[in-house]
Design a protein around this ligand. Structure first.
Ligand code: PSV
Ligand code: MN
Ligand code: MN
Length: 425
């Protein structure tokens, strides 16, 4: 694959001069504002966003699926794809696996592949929203919340197996997302469903190693359309609190009803030390799983502003950063490169916020000044800074353009064929 450091340096060479001109210009104006540019570069380089194994193939909708070809058919190929993304952007050094889609046949071989491309294993995800072939009980009417004990036991067992798989790979977190709920009033007892879920999660929690986290994801609707057991951050937070110090809430940006103030949720969770992780994506209507930053970049910036304030002002441990997106129209790897870049840009803009000035504007009830401070940071074109951080790490000055110029997809289609379907969603 054409992603060796020589290939990337060859791609960068003709762009270096213009990159330097743009970077120097921006660095000078940031320094004038009292910002420490080397420290900003370091923070941008340190931010690593895990890639979900299920986002490397074309997702499709329930109406159709249009593969672009060259998709990964095996876990090895998925890890190789994450390796390609990381070689280009130096910002995605881990993969998040979904079990049972990604059960390794040979753990040592998989670890060796990951190591060879500089990739580690982020949170492992359990799947009790689908039945697998030959499964003894069905999740049709719920898994951890199900009224039938045997179903709950199967779902608990599955989660414990996922932990075992993660342990062998070096993961340190289990993400639990449940589809459990109801589509019609009267179908389930809310109280019983929540209590069953808590009891089941408690069994799983008991099997969690000391240095692991359990990330409890919430979502208001879909696939159930009347009620979802873990419908919102409050329910997830309640469960995480009852479970114990290793349990945290995971925020997926698409898992909110329209206009929810997600940045406020982030702030509350961090104040309580319970923000465990993020699934980044973007949406217009629901859980649309669109490219990060493609619809609401200001919201993303405001979320990062809260996160950065929370890093210094709260005891919240570092959250796990992951993308959770699906691609119907774009080349998945192009979409992922765009998503990671959007995250880095919002993060960088948020680093530019003058928190001291903002505090004094708040204390003086100077509403207009507070808005100016935030929007001054948001309206800064930080691309030369982000690209410089990536360039200095050995990545491509423009990762998406490099992906195209180096003909990566064409090579993958040649190797894997044009009619491919990645395992997973
Ligand atoms: C559910 O919508 C979700 O966001 C959860 O994170 C799942 O694990 C993921 O999608 C993939 O199904
Ligand atoms: Mn998610
Ligand atoms: Mn989702």
């Amino acid at each position: 694959m054409k992603t060796s450091s020589d290939h990337i340096q060859d791609y960068n060479a003709p762009l270096e001069k213009e990159q330097k001109r743009q970077f120097d210009f921006l660095a000078e104006s940031l320094e004038k504002k009292g910002l420490n540019v080397p420290s900003l570069l370091q923070k941008i380089q340190d931010l690593q966003i895990a890639i979900p194994s299920w986002a490397l193939g074309t997702g499709g909708t329930r109406f159709g699926r249009f593969s672009g070809g060259g998709e990964p058919a095996t876990l090895t190929q998925k890890i190789q794809d994450v390796g390609i993304i990381h070689a280009l952007n130096k910002s995605s050094n881990a993969v998040s696996l979904h079990i049972p889609w990604d059960i390794p046949e040979d753990y040592e071989a998989i670890k060796a592949v990951a190591q060879s491309v500089g990739i580690g294993f982020d949170a492992v995800n359990s799947n009790t929203f689908q039945d697998q072939d030959g499964q003894s009980q069905s999740y049709k009417f719920g898994s951890l919340a199900n009224d039938t004990l045997a179903v709950r036991e199967l779902a608990v067992q599955h989660n414990l197996e996922v932990i075992e798989i993660g342990k062998k790979l070096g993961s340190k977190a289990l993400t639990v997302w449940l589809a459990d709920g109801s589509s019609f009033p009267g179908q389930n007892s809310f109280r019983k469903s929540l209590d069953n879920t808590f009891q089941s999660l408690r069994e799983i929690y008991k099997g969690l190693p000391e240095d692991w986290k359990m990330l409890v994801e919430y979502k208001p609707y879909e696939p159930n359309f009347y009620s979802t057991v873990i419908q919102d951050w409050g329910t997830s937070f309640l469960l995480a609190n009852k479970l114990g110090p290793k349990a945290f809430t995971l925020v997926d940006l698409g898992h909110h009803l329209p206009n929810t103030n997600i940045e406020q949720i982030v702030s509350t969770l961090m104040t309580e030390g319970k923000l465990g992780g993020f699934h980044f994506n973007d949406s217009k209507y629901g859980d649309d799983d669109l490219t990060v930053g493609s619809i609401k970049p200001y919201q993303l910036f405001l979320i990062f502003t809260e996160l950065i304030a929370g890093f210094t002002e709260t005891q919240n441990p570092n959250p796990a950063w992951m993308i959770d997106a699906s691609h119907n129209l774009k080349d998945p790897m192009e979409d992922l490169l765009q998503s990671v870049q959007a995250i880095k840009m919002s993060f960088t803009q948020a680093l530019l916020v003058d928190n001291e000035q903002l505090k004094s504007a708040q204390e003086n009830h100077d509403v207009a000044a507070a808005q100016e401070i935030l929007q001054d940071a948001f309206r800064t074109d930080v691309r030369p800074l982000v690209n410089e951080a990536i360039r200095q790490s050995g990545g491509a000055i423009n990762a998406l353009e490099a992906y195209r110029k180096l003909g990566i997809r064409e090579q993958l289609i040649k190797e894997r064929g044009s009619k491919t379907k990645a395992t997973g969603l």
